[in-house]
Design a protein around this ligand. Structure first.
Ligand SMILES: Nc1ncnc2c1ncn2[C@@H]1O[C@H](COP(=O)(O)OP(=O)(O)O)[C@@H](O)[C@H]1O
Ligand SMILES: [Mg+2]
Length: 335
């Protein structure tokens, strides 16, 4: 359905002083495909480029370099009108914080009708009916339509944001940390709603989270980002069950599930700056397996069964996940 090919996003930042402008490498050489009806989970620490990737996938951010194809057509070769009508309506977005994503002065009814009005969907009566249908779809009572966002709870607001994302019957929903601003008590409900909707509506979904444990069971495939790079990607069961990249292993062990007995890997040292990423593999400054080779070039792609791909010269053996006991990592400081 949608495919990114060698996508880079670089920002000019003002951090370099009055005349100098540093380059922020928000996303580097990202290649990713989302198939129809599939859930792709995107995980990584704060600042690694998840939201940037979400913005590229939804056409909000034009890549500095690389291609975005939607059903084979290059998004940025289309006219602005084609992009808005053909692509904009096919992709819905749900952001992290529903309190800032919804206009506080509009009623829920207006919020949900807005995309239908903008895209001139159906008659006035049909739009009204669609709004009723949408609020029902996300499990909110009809009287919610008369409310302002400020009168709703965080969980209810996120349901409204999901309903709005569904208004134009998209093929894909990109949900950027949709539960991290919510109370722990309602997170599971919102997650379940999204999974249920994808089943009922046959949507594709890109589900972004900083917590790999949250997405591993709901995603079909997982992509792991580190400092703007996709370092591992594959079926969720493979990536989370038999991680190959040390970073994926570290993410999994940061919040171990009860069933696993793997030794905890604690990452030491700060995440390097995206304005000046380390040479070679960006993870090498925190990796317990890193050596001189890792500092020279970014590792080329290696792959295993089931389209499992990774970029690492010292991979954990993909065929014997339990074979190599996790070594106690040594503290490394950034170069
Ligand atoms: N508009 C921008 N200008 C400059 N730097 C940016 C901009 N947007 C994002 N960044 C930087 O790009 C990197 C990736 O950011 P982001 O995609 O928001 O990460 P995440 O969502 O994983 O936390 C960060 O270093 C961030 O500071
Ligand atoms: Mg983000």
């Amino acid at each position: 359905m949608i495919r990114l090919d060698g996508v880079h996003v670089r920002h000019k930042a003002r951090s370099g002083g009055l005349l100098r402008r540093d380059t922020v490498h928000a996303l580097t050489d990202a290649t990713l495909e989302v198939k129809r009806g599939e859930i792709v989970g995107l995980v990584g620490e704060s600042g690694c480029g998840k939201s940037t990737l979400a913005r590229v996938l939804t056409g909000l951010q034009k890549p500095t370099e690389g291609e975005v194809r939607f059903h084979g057509r290059d998004l940025w070769e289309m006219s602005a009108a084609q992009r808005r009508d053909g692509f904009g309506s096919a992709v819905g977005v749900v952001f992290q914080d529903p309190s800032t994503a919804l206009n506080p002065r509009l009623t829920v009814r207006r919020i949900l009708r807005d995309p239908l009005d903008v895209h001139r969907r159906g008659t006035r009566e049909e739009r009204e009916a669609r709004v009723e249908e949408l609020i029902d779809l996300v499990g909110l009572p009809g009287h919610t339509l008369a409310a302002l966002p400020g009168q709703l709870s965080g969980g209810q607001r996120q349901r409204v944001a999901i309903a709005r994302a569904l208004a134009l019957e998209p093929e894909l929903i990109v949900a950027d940390e949709p539960t991290s601003a919510l109370d722990v008590s309602v997170r599971a409900q919102v997650l379940n709603l999204l999974v249920d909707l994808r089943e009922r509506l046959g949507l594709g979904m890109v589900f972004i989270s900083h917590d790999i444990q949250t997405v591993r069971y709901l995603a079909d495939r997982l992509a792991v980002l580190y400092l703007g790079r996709i370092v591992e990607e594959g079926r969720a069961a493979d990536v989370a069950g038999a991680p190959v990249h040390p970073y994926t292993e570290a993410l999994l062990s940061a919040t171990p599930s009860l069933l696993e007995t793997t030794e905890r890997i604690v990452l030491t040292g700060p995440v390097p700056s995206a304005t000046n990423p380390p040479s070679g593999c960006p993870f090498r400054t925190r990796c317990w397996k890193a050596d001189e080779v890792c500092a020279t070039v970014f590792p080329t792609e290696a792959s295993g069964p089931g389209e499992h791909r990774w970029h690492c010269v010292h991979p954990q053996s993909p065929t014997s996940p339990a074979g190599d006991p996790a070594p106690v990592p040594s503290a490394r400081s950034t170069a």
